[in-house]
Write a protein that binds this ligand. Structure first.
Ligand SMILES: Cc1cc2nc3c(=O)[nH]c(=O)nc-3n(C[C@H](O)[C@H](O)[C@H](O)COP(=O)(O)OP(=O)(O)OC[C@H]3O[C@@H](n4cnc5c(N)ncnc54)[C@H](O)[C@@H]3O)c2cc1C
Length: 362
């Protein structure tokens, strides 16, 4: 019997495996395709905060950015490339947002080159996505198998009618839910990254219309998750890789002059986001049982999450949007403290927040 089963070996599942293994837990990590085979394998994996107006998402990404930079530096220094990040506004609205951001941040702002648009520069970094997931998963047992069934009986989870565990963590990204709950709706957004050879050099990461990495040995990466129309499970036509390359190169060349370009590798994948853009971390509400509880008053502005019925010893970590590598170390630590010590997870992160809204509508 395992202490914890983690389903999904993207950055979220791997970060949880790493945290829980450090606490001495016996972990098994399942993935239907392989480690970092989903959105995580495609990511440019820039570690950056969100340069936006004030709000809950900006706050959590700010905290997670600082946390993950020191986490990667301490625990996986060889897989972190520290670099300056130049963020350039896309349009006038962005100009105004960046001006406000600059006035109210505790991050050290570095000098920026002259740009037509508002811009800012900070010390940030990027990680080597796939090797990082592999390194984080190292202390867990990995099984390449799709998890199709999860049953709880007599205090134990039975996985695919074969494996047993005390705890389950679902880290399945934008893929089909194993335990479908109507109030959990994840949005999958398709992304494309290309590695190119070019005679142009780039000293730092640039984020504007797409993300561009610094160049090393004549190579750099360009990536974006912006394609809301294509979905590998529902689209009738195959993704047009050539068109995707063209779009990435055209958008990148608006920020940086690129010469003698040869695309050497493509990576594509889905990233998953929630409908309020905040990540989801914590226990899953059993909606049917909770709705049947006549003592709960659902028409309230301040739902009491403690009244809900939850799947026993089962949590999820998902919905990291375009910031999976920024959020994962931070969220995995929050989830680990919750599983091991019962530490409460902030309400704004708990999946239960969506149940409250769903029940109210019913
Ligand atoms: C092109 C691109 C660029 C990006 N750039 C950045 C960036 O610069 N910085 C950043 O922080 N983030 C970036 N992201 C976003 C980041 O990649 C995601 O937020 C992150 O990968 C989400 O990780 P995850 O573990 O939740 O999901 P995933 O990586 O998708 O992992 C989910 C895994 O679950 C497995 N799975 C699903 N169902 C089952 C099942 N039933 N049984 C077994 N296995 C199952 C899948 O095979 C998959 O491997 C980018 C994404 C893309 C696509």
């Amino acid at each position: 019997m395992y202490d914890v089963v983690i389903v999904g070996a993207g950055i979220n599942g791997c970060a949880c495996a790493h945290e829980l293994s450090k606490a001495g837990k016996r972990i098994v990590l399942f993935d239907k395709e392989g480690i970092a085979s989903g959105g995580s394998g495609a990511a440019g994996a820039f570690i950056s905060p969100k340069f936006s107006k004030a709000g809950e998402l900006k706050e959590i990404l700010h905290t997670a950015f600082k946390y993950s930079m020191s986490f990667y530096e301490k625990e996986f220094p060889k897989l972190l490339t520290k670099s300056k990040l130049l963020h350039i506004a896309k349009n006038e609205t962005d100009d105004a947002i960046l001006r406000i951001y600059k006035e109210d941040t505790d991050l050290e702002l570095l000098n920026t080159p002259d740009n037509e648009r508002e811009s800012l520069c900070i010390n940030a970094g990027l990680v080597n996505a796939r090797p990082l997931c592999l390194a984080m998963a190292k202390s867990a047992q990995f099984i390449k198998e799709e998890v199709l069934s999860l049953e709880y009986d007599d205090g134990v989870w039975l996985i695919n009618e074969t494996y047993t565990a005390k705890e389950v963590i679902l880290a399945t990204g934008a893929y089909k839910q194993i335990l479908p709950e109507p109030y959990i709706q994840m949005r999958g957004i398709w992304g494309h990254r290309i590695d190119i050879e070019t005679t142009s050099t780039n000293a730092h990461s640039i984020h504007q219309f797409v993300s561009i990495s610094p160049s090393t040995d004549g190579k750099l990466a360009i990536g974006a998750t912006h394609n809301v129309h294509y979905h590998p499970q529902t689209s009738t036509e195959a993704y047009d890789v050539q068109e995707g390359r063209k779009e990435l190169l055209e958008k990148a060349s608006r920020s940086l002059k690129l010469e003698n370009v040869k695309v050497v590798k493509d990576y594509t994948g889905l990233r998953s986001g929630s409908f309020d853009y905040m990540p989801l971390v914590g226990s899953l509400v059993l909606s049917h049982e909770t709705l049947e509880n006549k003592d709960i008053h659902f028409q309230t502005k301040k739902p009491n999450f403690q009244e809900y019925t939850y799947y026993p010893h089962l949590t999820m970590i998902n919905g990291s949007g375009g910031y999976g590598f920024v959020l994962a170390p931070y969220l995995a630590q929050i989830l680990t403290e919750n599983i091991l010590c019962g530490k409460e997870i902030p309400k704004g992160l708990q999946p239960a927040r969506f149940f409250g809204r769903y029940a109210k509508k019913l």
